[in-house]
Design a protein around this ligand. Structure first.
Ligand SMILES: [Zn+2]
Length: 136
């Protein structure tokens, strides 16, 4: 699969999935990069999502060198769209962290991002089965 065809696949699939996942009113922009350069990460990152619930805008960046095959692209896209669904929790977390005392700030921040990530994985599994693009 070439990068161009991966990008085209993701743009087409995004248009198809947004209404199915209840994200019709969002403005979601896809960006493409080679590989995630953060050397602190132990595992490779396939994509990430920057979503704002208030403005209903999101940017999803795909690191295409880390993704092989259509089903991985599909899972990565669905996973990042789940982060749009979870965006209200991000707003809450930021407020809770800002309101917390200094000692608990770091703990709350880690707990919140871990909870969001786990829920995103659960939602991804559910949506992937429901919205499977394969004939199998
Ligand atoms: Zn995630």
């Amino acid at each position: 699969m070439t990068k161009i065809s991966a990008e085209q696949y993701l743009e087409d699939r995004l248009a198809e999935l947004m209404p199915k996942m209840g994200l019709s009113e969002w403005r979601i922009t896809l960006k493409f990069d080679g590989i995630h350069s953060d050397s602190d990460e132990s595992s490779t990152i396939q994509a990430n999502c920057n979503a704002c619930n208030q403005s209903k805008q999101a940017t999803i960046t795909f690191y295409l060198d880390s993704i092989e095959g259509l089903s991985d692209l599909d899972e990565a896209l669905i996973h990042e769209l789940c982060h749009c669904i979870l965006a209200p929790i991000d707003d809450y977390s930021l407020m809770a962290i800002a309101a917390s005392r200094r000692r608990t700030e770091g703990m709350l921040s880690i707990a919140a991002s871990q909870a969001v990530e786990l829920i995103a994985c659960n939602l991804e599994r559910t949506f992937s089965r429901l919205l499977s693009n394969s004939d199998g």
